[in-house]
Design a protein around this ligand. Structure first.
Ligand code: DX5
Ligand code: ZN
Length: 231
């Protein structure tokens, strides 16, 4: 596994994180290689369990299938768990090659415990809040996380429209977590919505359909990266 120190370095930058949710799974490794080649250093894997959100997507097997390709390119895998009781699954994802694991405050009564488990496993810790969740949900654990993920759509599906209210919420997220913690946006991110999100305090930008539904995912990645002067 990539050491957490190197992973934290990636998380500190201004980065576009391609989400494989909208990729062609028949050509998954090839599509991931294309965005790595275009400069991506953070590959976002969306895990859904059919309970926390209605769809069911992928698990540790897919993380394991991508791990070497991603790590050999000097990049990292961030797993976004949209599952209930995420603390039960941390070990399997870390074993499969996850460098950072993000879970939702709404998905467990044991937020501090889950964050501690991820930290002890050697991975970076991300905590996500849904659009309707107040930013105060991040406050008590802000010093123990690496990433605060502010959902800019309701989780569960790619291709939804960016929720404009997020631009009012992001400065409050940044104020609560400070500058040592990455602030990530996820949902409806493209070259139009990324720049105002950056101005509002985000430094990590997850994009699924804007990259993988495009004819040329590498060029689509670069277009978002250019819009925010990403590393
Ligand atoms: C949605 C997922 C996102 C999804 C974003 O619940 O967490 O990562 O891939 O898709 P787009 O970029 O298409 O809104
Ligand atoms: Zn996601």
């Amino acid at each position: 596994m990539t050491p957490a120190a190197g992973a934290r370095e990636v998380l500190r930058g201004v980065r576009v994180a391609p989400s494989i949710l909208s990729a062609d799974f028949g050509r998954l490794r090839e599509q991931v290689a294309e965005v790595l080649q275009a400069g991506a250093r953070l590959i976002h894997v969306d895990v859904m369990d059919g309970h926390f959100v209605p769809p069911i997507t992928v698990g540790p097997l897919i993380v394991g299938a991508l791990a070497d390709t991603v790590h050999d390119a000097g990049a990292m895998i961030e797993v976004h768990l949209m599952i209930e009781r995420p603390e039960r699954h941390v070990g399997d994802f870390v074993k499969a090659g996850a460098d950072s694991i993000t879970f939702h405050v709404e998905a467990t009564p044991h937020v501090a415990y889950a964050a501690g488990l991820i930290r002890d496993s050697g991975a970076c810790v991300g905590l996500a809040i849904n659009p309707g969740t107040p930013v105060g949900a991040l406050a008590e654990v802000a010093t123990t996380i690496d990433v605060a993920l502010c959902m800019t759509v309701n989780p569960g599906w790619g291709g939804q429209a960016f929720i404009e209210h997020s631009l009012e919420k992001l400065p409050r997220v940044r104020a609560i977590v400070g500058h040592e913690v990455a602030v990530e946006v996820d949902g409806g991110i493209d070259p139009q919505t990324a720049p105002p999100s950056r101005a509002a305090g985000a430094n990590l930008f997850v994009a699924g359909s804007a990259i993988f539904a495009a004819d040329d995912p590498a060029e689509a990645y670069r277009a978002i990266a250019r819009s925010i002067d990403a590393e």
